[in-house]
Design a protein around this ligand. Structure first.
Ligand code: UDP
Length: 331
């Protein structure tokens, strides 16, 4: 890719941090976030801007200064947690995106890649395609879908919307991985609990699936970064209209299978227990990736489950060595 100015919003979050470490350091990458990036994030100090997307005036000044050719918009309130208020999802996902789009418009910035989610789809027991019905069940999915519409309704801006499925694992070089506060996702929780010899709780075993536990589509963060990178090139090269892609592995694994695979990776018998269902969980959430394979020429390369788990174990080993402990909501 020629030297274009790329701005990543949400560069201090999980996907943003990994993306900055994935990019070639010689590219002109700028980062924007309301929080400072962690020490592991590879970004030049002068290329980071601390700004809340709700502050339109400051945002406009920064965009004017950077003059990005393209924006990768990752900033969001992404954790699904009953303690998070509806208004926080609305502000951080919908209003923030609206501000960004209107500022882009006024400054003639006309390319965006938006990280959306599997949570926008209506529940289905088969592989989900991009044109399947939409019906988000939680506030997170609802506000991400409203943000998608703000982007698509703007005809001056060319966009690629990437609907991510279960993003997981870590990048080993330069090392960076998942560190949410609190952790709510199965893989980081299971890896941390397993490595600490603690019990893993599986939410429900009475679903209508092959082993009664929920099935998800896990995709390695490195494949996510590759998909974003390919989308950037696609937007710069392609004259066709805006488009939406599912980004997942295209294969489902049950919660029980994850435990089994993790057991093999860390070569230790794990302690686990079934508890009640988690509110709002879909039994099956796996995507069809034919569209992204044929149009973007992307396919997952690192998303074999053993690879996903091994890389997360590697990251967690590093965190333990540094005496940084994932927040697991332990009672
Ligand atoms: N899950 C679980 N125990 C945990 C965390 C998650 O059984 O400690 C389950 C969760 O209920 C769901 C699956 O693991 O069935 C994937 O959940 P995650 O939060 O990782 O992803 P999402 O629900 O966003 O697909």
């Amino acid at each position: 890719m020629s030297k274009k100015n790329i701005l990543v919003t949400g560069c201090s979050g999980y996907i943003g941090s990994c993306l900055l470490n994935f990019f070639n350091p010689n590219q002109n990458i700028y980062g924007l976030d309301k929080k400072k990036p962690s020490n592991w994030v590879k970004i030049k100090k002068k290329n980071f801007y601390q700004c809340n997307l709700l502050n339109k005036k400051k945002l406009s000044k920064i965009l004017n200064k950077i003059n990005p050719d393209l924006i990768v918009h990752l900033a969001a309130k992404s954790t699904v947690n009953e303690k998070i208020k509806n208004i926080d999802y609305l502000k951080n996902n919908f209003i923030a995106t609206k501000n960004l789009i209107s500022t882009m418009n006024s400054l003639n910035i006309n390319k965006i890649i938006y990280s959306s989610t599997a949570a926008v789809y209506k529940k289905k027991n088969k592989l989900i395609s991009e044109n399947d019905p939409l019906f988000p069940i939680n506030k997170y999915g609802k506000t991400k879908l409203r943000a998608e519409r703000v982007i698509l309704n703007n005809k001056n801006i060319k966009s690629i919307i990437l609907r991510f499925f279960n993003v997981s694992s870590a990048i080993k070089k330069p090392l960076i991985g998942e560190l949410h506060e609190p952790e709510t996702h199965l893989i980081p929780i299971a890896v941390s609990r397993a490595m600490n010899g603690k019990k893993i709780l599986i939410n429900g075993n009475d679903y209508n699936t092959k082993d009664g536990t929920c099935i998800r589509d896990y995709i390695h963060i490195k494949d996510i970064c590759r998909a974003i990178d390919k989308s950037i090139n696609y937007l710069f090269q392609n004259k066709s209209s805006s488009t939406i892609f599912n980004i997942g592995n295209g294969k489902g694994l049950s919660n029980k299978e994850i435990i089994h695979q993790l057991q093999e990776v860390i070569q230790k018998k794990l302690i686990f227990e079934y508890t009640k269902r988690r509110k709002g969980d879909s039994a099956f959430l796996v995507c069809n990736i034919n569209k992204v394979k044929s149009k973007l020429k992307w396919r997952p390369l690192y998303s074999n489950i053993k690879n996903i788990l091994k890389d997360d174990v590697y990251w967690n080993t590093y965190l333990i060595r540094k005496r940084i402990f994932r927040k697991l909501n332990d009672k």
